[in-house]
Unconditional design. Structure first.
Length: 302
């Protein structure tokens, strides 16, 4: 995977972030790609190489996932708030020499990207978010169909150590149950990517960190959203969601995003939740076209 990409581990005090990034890309516009749960940066293996001719593509493992640090959690779940995870990513990009950048993100990574766009409007130039609606609104508007399909949203937020102990009995079995369920019972992953995902999900630290990610989403992340007092994303936002997924069947995604962003467009694409691995050419093309249109508009304005 990731031909012509290098691997790095960047240190931030006691923490470190593992990443893959394209070679000879420092002079190009930067594109940060963020993965979802319970995956790693490997999820971009088929998308990222298609974008290196235009962008310096950076694919990190979020804190708590893959080969990045898994810091101890706290009672308020601040350690795994999207604000703290976004702060990591801004520091990563700065260490790589990028003060501003574009963001493509999926699932949990898209929630980090949403917060990053709000907290760092001068850093984030534009966003493409895959298969999410805003976290706060999803919890507020959830019904029985959503709760049945996305049962992990309610299971993972239970008080520690309940989900950790259950998952820890068979991490690979849980991973496949959850992820194949979201792919309509199919396995959309390559052998190499799946091997990395399962290996990364074996440790008790990884399992606990991923639960904390969800606990933060249901508590402190919503507090941060409410404290924004209606603040909207100002950057251009493209949202793509799965035609064969819960966002399409349970929510009016575009309307929810229009309540949280000033400049948004999007639609359902013919895939399930794991669209970056099911239809990578489509996703790469949509990102390229969207971000290039912003670059051209910026150049024309200057």
């Amino acid at each position: 995977m990731f031909e012509n990409f290098d691997q790095l581990k960047l240190d931030f005090g006691a923490q470190s972030i593992f990443l893959r990034h394209s070679r000879d890309g420092a002079s190009k516009p930067a594109l940060l790609l963020l993965h979802g749960y319970p995956q790693t940066s490997a999820m971009w293996h088929a998308v990222a190489p298609q974008l290196t001719d235009t962008f310096h593509v950076i694919c990190p493992d979020l804190r708590g996932y893959g080969r990045s640090s898994k810091p101890a959690s706290d009672p308020q779940h601040l350690t795994y708030s999207k604000r703290e995870m976004a702060k990591d990513m801004v520091a990563v990009m700065e260490q790589l020499g990028h003060k501003s950048f574009y963001v493509g993100a999926h699932d949990r990574g898209a929630r980090v990207a949403h917060r990053m766009g709000l907290d760092y409007p001068d850093r984030v130039l534009g966003l493409t978010l895959l298969d999410i609606a805003p976290t706060r609104e999803m919890y507020a508007k959830a019904g029985s169909k959503f709760a049945t399909t996305y049962w992990h949203w309610y299971f993972l937020i239970q008080k520690s150590p309940l989900p950790e102990q259950i998952i820890g009995n068979d991490p690979s079995g849980f991973w496949k149950l959850k992820c194949f369920n979201q792919a309509k019972g199919e396995n959309p992953f390559t052998d190499e990517a799946l091997e990395e995902y399962l290996l990364s999900f074996q440790s008790s630290e990884a399992i606990h960190a991923s639960c904390e990610d969800y606990r933060a989403a249901a508590t402190i992340d919503i507090e941060h959203d409410n404290a924004d007092n209606g603040l909207k994303l100002q950057q251009p936002l493209q949202v793509l969601w799965a035609k064969h997924g819960v966002i399409e069947s349970c929510f009016d995604a575009l309307s929810l995003w229009q309540n949280r962003a000033s400049d948004v467009r999007g639609e359902a694409v013919d895939a399930t939740h794991y669209m970056a691995e099911e239809i990578p050419q489509v996703i790469a093309e949509r990102m390229r076209a969207f971000f290039l249109s912003q670059i051209k508009s910026k150049d024309a304005a200057e």
